[in-house]
Design a protein. Sequence first.
Length: 313
Amino acid sequence: MEFRHIPVLLNECIEGLDIRPDGIYADLTAGGGGHSSAIAAKLSDKGRLIAFDRDPDAVKAASARLAEYSNAMVVHSNYSDLRSVLDDLGIDKVDGILMDLGVSSHQLDEESRGFSYHSDAPLDMRMSQTGMSAADIVNTFSERELADIIFEYGEEKFSRRIASNIIKQREIAPIETTLQLADIIRASVPQKARREKNPCKKTFQAIRIAVNGELDHLSKGLDEAFYSLKPQGRLAVITFHSLEDRLVKQRFAGWCKGCICPPDFPQCVCGRKPQGKLVNRKPIEANEQELESNNRSRSAKLRIIERSAECNG
């Protein structure tokens, strides 16, 4: 299946990065190469783009799409290893970085990858196509561990009931496919909840996050990205659910915070200066035109931060 992914908030990302033609940029989630190719098109021969992805299918697709740009390269790597990759390339700092988080359209649409609860497929969900799968988690984790994952990463209030029913079912036979898991989830929530929206979304999201260690990689990746920026360099991050957005918002706020002395101190003694400033106070969301053409942009939020000019570390 062709790797297809419609870039979300494309114009807003390109504008927000404020691209310099001779600058160095990194797209940490290349996917099908939509955002990457738009960045590369803005660069001169002196500019440079390094695109990252942990999914080998995405690396192939992005490499093909970026083949026409001599100033672009694709690296098979998790974005949390950004600093190591830049060091290997002899790059100290970059002018801008983009992170488009979450699962891609291709990963959802390719049934064999096991991300979707709409079609029957092996219970996989591995972005890198290596390591522990969703089936491993569902069939080996304890009831308490499953309930915690579903509650914390899916914010699912019926997590304990879902976990209990997973345990009961796997005692009869292993849970090996997406529709087997989806049927267990549907049977675990009240009928009213099933009518309101698909009850599988939160649990599938939770297990996917656990399989891929998404929040841990995001936390590390944000730090590596921000501290790899040149002064006045920009980091743009697109999130798709509240856990991601909360983490990005809090990390941005911390970098923008100055003095941390107690409020009753007559003057600042900590000497702390803001390391960055927000480019947009509120997250940028898709306009009506994009929402009509790309339903997956509905939950997207774009936040952009600029590193302070006086930062040299």
